[in-house]
Write a protein that binds this ligand. Structure first.
Ligand SMILES: Nc1ncnc2c1ncn2[C@@H]1O[C@H](COP(=O)(O)OP(=O)(O)O)[C@@H](O)[C@H]1O
Ligand SMILES: [Mg+2]
Length: 233
């Protein structure tokens, strides 16, 4: 569904990504792990049209996506949740969620809203509270919930567990598993490699702007190099 082939990209003429190849198929959770600065966020930015690749191919559902505007990609079903949680603090949870559905103006919102509340019951309980009153974990749930309001086919999440306790991290990762089970593919960037590899169907390891390893989540979790470099084992 999403395919990056030999993608090179960077900032202000400085090349960060070197011939990145990566694929996400329907119904999969694919984890992208690697040290800080490896190029994970840059990969998501290239895939979602925030930055343009300098060379290589990006296709989404078989059609070229490289160079497309982000809004066009959202309408086609590719939604990127960046690491910084850009919520509307003074607005309520429900209002924040409704903003996520702006690409879906022709479809009634109630179904999507009910699905988000089913996934994150704590948001339903607090729907009339403002976003700024939520804890970090609840804000992360709201970011994911808002992305789901756009009815994505592929959800790209950048470090959803940042700043969360291990218990809340697992709550969020479990919800990501349920999202996959509802038919939404997920590309998950995580520094928390151990948990991400356990959850993921497949995974890639990035180093210095290149994909250096790929395999099933279980294969990579058992790989000695991965264990030494990322899992501290
Ligand atoms: N907006 C930017 N402008 C210039 N350099 C950037 C920018 N964002 C990231 N970089 C650089 O790109 C490299 C990869 O960063 P990033 O993709 O954020 O890695 P990761 O998400 O794996 O931690 C780093 O060397 C970082 O300093
Ligand atoms: Mg990053």
């Amino acid at each position: 569904m999403l395919r990056l082939e030999s993608v090179c990209a960077g900032y202000h003429g400085l090349q960060i990504l070197h011939e990145v190849d990566l694929e996400v198929n329907e119904g999969e959770i694919v984890a992208l792990v690697g040290a800080n600065g490896a190029g994970k966020t840059t990969t998501l930015r290239a895939a979602s049209g925030v930055i343009s690749p300098t060379s290589g191919q990006i296709t989404f559902q078989g059609e070229p996506a490289g160079g497309l505007r982000t809004a066009g990609l959202v309408a086609r079903g590719l939604v990127h949740v960046p690491e910084e949680r850009a919520l509307f603090g003074p607005l309520t949870i429900e209002e924040n969620l409704r903003m996520g559905a702006w690409t879906q103006r022709k479809t009634p919102m109630s179904g999507a809203l009910a699905e988000v509340f089913e996934l994150f019951p704590v948001l339903a309980d607090r729907r009339r509270q403002t976003a700024e009153t939520l804890s970090g974990g609840q804000q992360q749930m709201l970011c994911i919930g808002r992305a789901l309001m756009a009815r994505p086919k592929l959800l790209m999440l950048d470090e959803p567990s940042t700043g969360l306790s291990p218990k809340l991290t697992w709550t969020v990762l479990e919800a990501i598993g349920m999202i996959r089970d509802r038919g939404v593919a997920v590309l998950l960037v995580e520094q928390n490699a151990g948990q991400a590899l356990r959850l993921a169907d497949r995974a890639y390891v990035m180093e210095s702007g290149s994909v250096v390893l790929g395999g099933t989540g279980a294969e990579l979790a058992d790989d000695d190099r991965v264990r030494a470099a990322y899992l501290g084992l």
